[in-house]
Design a protein around this ligand. Structure first.
Ligand code: OGA
Ligand code: ZN
Ligand code: ZN
Length: 391
C-alpha cells in the first residue's frame, strides 16, 4: 500500500486472508476475483463512496468527509488492478484514485457468500432451570483482560451472570457496572436501592412477590443490562428467580406459532406513572430483528395498561398472553437462587425476566442496590476489548 493512501475508514484491523487475483471492469461493475476463487462484484458508486484516501476520509477521526453526490453521476473507473499487497487499485475517470486493503474489502464485500458469512450473529445460548450459571469473581474483572472479556461475552450470549465477592459496601455495584461502561440514569436514580420503603413508588420497594418481569418496559428503550448487588438478605423470603425470555420465545415459536406471532406483532401498553413522572410505551412483548431472530423481551405485568386492540383480535391476544405467562411460571425454565451479601446479578434486562419471591420486611433486613447500562455499551466494549486483546 502506498504511503499517501494508507488509511482505512475503520479502527479495526483487517488481516489479509485472501488476496485479489484479478479485477475487471465489466457490465457497470468491478468484478474482483479472490485467491480462493470467490467473485465479488462492486458497484462504482459503492467503491467511490468507500474510498479510504485522505481526501475522502478524515485522517484523525477516520470518519468520511466525502459525500457521494460530490462525484459526478455515472462516474466510472478507467482502470482496476490488483495491488501488490493483494488489495484493489482504481483509477477514476475524473482523475481520483482509490486503494482498498484486501482484508477490508473482503470483510465488506456484498456478494451472497460474503454477506452470509457476515450475518452469522453471536450465538444465543438458551438456558433453563438445570443449566450452569456463568459465575465470575469480582477481583478478576478489574483488569481489561480475558476474564473481563469472558464475563462480557457471557452477558451477551447467555444474558445472565452471577458475580461473587463484590465488596459489601454501598455503591460497590457502580464500580462493577463501570467495568462495562457508563451507567444509565433513570427516574429511579443513577443507583437504586431495593428495600421496603415507607412510601413506595414501585412494587419493587415493598415486600410483595414480584412476578417475572423486565425493568422499565415503560421506556422506549428498556435498560440493557441490569445490576443487582446484595448488601443484606436476612429477611424470610426474597429469593431470586430468572427466566430466559428468549427460551420462552423459542418454545412458543416452535410449539405455538400462532401465539408467537401475536406476541411479536401486538403492541402492549406499559405505564409507569407517579406524581412526578409519567412514562408510557406501547410495544410487542417479543421483538424480532431484521433477520427474524428474537432480540428483545418486554414484560412487567404490574406495569401493563389495558390492551387496546380490535375486538376481533382480543381473544387471540389473551390466549397468547396466557401462554407466555404459563411459560414464565414453568419450573423447567426457572432458575431459582438466593442472593448472599456480596453477590451481584448482572443480566440482560431486554431478554431475561427476573422475579423475587415475597419477603417479610419485619423478619430481617433485605437491601439490594442496582443500576443499569445500555446493551450497545456492552457490545461496543466487547469489540474494543477484542481489538486490544488481538482476538
Ligand atoms: C426490582 C427487582 C428484585 C429483588 O427492583 O425491579 O426486580 O430481588 N428486584 O428485589
Ligand atoms: Zn478518495
Ligand atoms: Zn425488577
Amino acid at each position: 500500500m502506498s504511503q499517501t493512501l494508507d488509511i482505512i475508514s475503520d479502527w479495526r484491523r483487517f488481516p489479509t486472508r485472501h488476496r485479489i487475483a484479478r479485477a475487471e471492469i465489466a457490465g457497470g461493475l468491478v468484478a474482483v476475483t479472490w485467491s480462493d476463487g470467490r467473485i465479488s462484484p462492486f458497484h462504482f458508486d459503492w467503491l467511490r463512496d468507500n474510498c479510504p484516501c485522505r481526501q475522502c476520509v478524515h485522517g484523525q477521526t477516520r470518519e468520511q468527509v466525502f459525500e457521494i453526490i460530490d462525484a459526478p453521476e455515472g462516474l466510472a473507473p478507467s482502470e482496476a488492478w490488483p495491488e501488490p499487497d493483494g488489495g484493489l487499485g482504481l483509477a477514476w475517470r475524473d482523475g481520483h484514485q482509490s486503494r482498498f486493503e484486501p482484508g477490508w474489502l473482503r470483510a465488506n464485500a456484498y456478494d451472497a457468500e460474503s454477506r452470509a458469512e457476515r450475518r452469522t450473529p453471536p450465538p444465543q445460548v438458551l438456558w433453563g432451570a438445570g443449566d450452569p450459571l456463568p459465575t465470575f469473581d469480582f477481583a478478576a474483572l478489574a483488569e481489561d483482560g480475558p476474564d473481563l472479556l469472558a464475563w462480557l461475552t457471557a452477558l451477551r450470549d447467555a444474558g445472565l451472570t452471577l458475580v461473587k465477592n463484590v465488596p459489601v459496601e454501598r455503591e460497590a455495584v457502580m464500580t462493577l457496572a463501570r467495568r462495562v461502561a457508563f451507567i444509565r440514569q433513570t427516574n429511579f436514580g443513577v443507583l437504586f436501592d431495593v428495600e421496603s420503603k415507607p412510601n413506595p413508588d414501585s412494587a419493587a420497594y415493598t415486600g410483595v412477590n414480584l412476578p417475572p418481569h423486565t425493568d422499565l418496559p415503560t421506556r422506549e428503550l428498556q435498560p440493557g443490562l441490569q445490576f443487582l448487588h446484595c448488601l443484606a438478605n436476612q429477611a424470610i423470603g426474597g429469593d431470586s428467580i430468572f427466566v430466559d425470555g428468549f427460551a420462552i420465545a423459542a418454545a412458543m415459536r416452535q410449539q405455538h406459532p400462532d401465539d408467537f406471532h401475536v406476541l411479536t406483532t401486538t403492541p402492549m401498553a406499559f405505564w409507569n406513572k407517579d406524581t412526578v413522572t409519567d412514562y408510557r410505551w406501547n410495544a410487542p412483548l417479543l421483538a424480532l430483528d431484521d433477520t427474524g431472530r428474537v432480540c428483545e423481551a418486554r414484560f412487567a405485568n404490574f406495569l401493563r395498561g389495558p390492551i387496546d386492540a380490535e375486538p376481533e383480535a382480543m381473544a387471540a391476544i389473551y390466549r397468547a398472553l396466557r401462554r407466555f405467562l404459563a411459560f414464565s411460571r414453568d419450573p423447567a425454565l426457572r432458575l431459582v437462587r438466593r442472593l448472599e451479601p456480596g453477590d451481584a446479578w448482572v443480566f440482560d434486562n431486554r431478554r431475561v425476566l427476573h422475579a423475587r419471591t415475597e419477603f417479610d420486611p419485619a423478619s430481617g433486613r433485605r437491601h439490594l442496590q442496582g443500576c443499569y447500562v445500555d446493551r450497545d455499551e456492552l457490545i461496543s466494549r466487547i469489540r474494543v476489548l477484542e481489538r486490544e486483546l488481538g482476538n
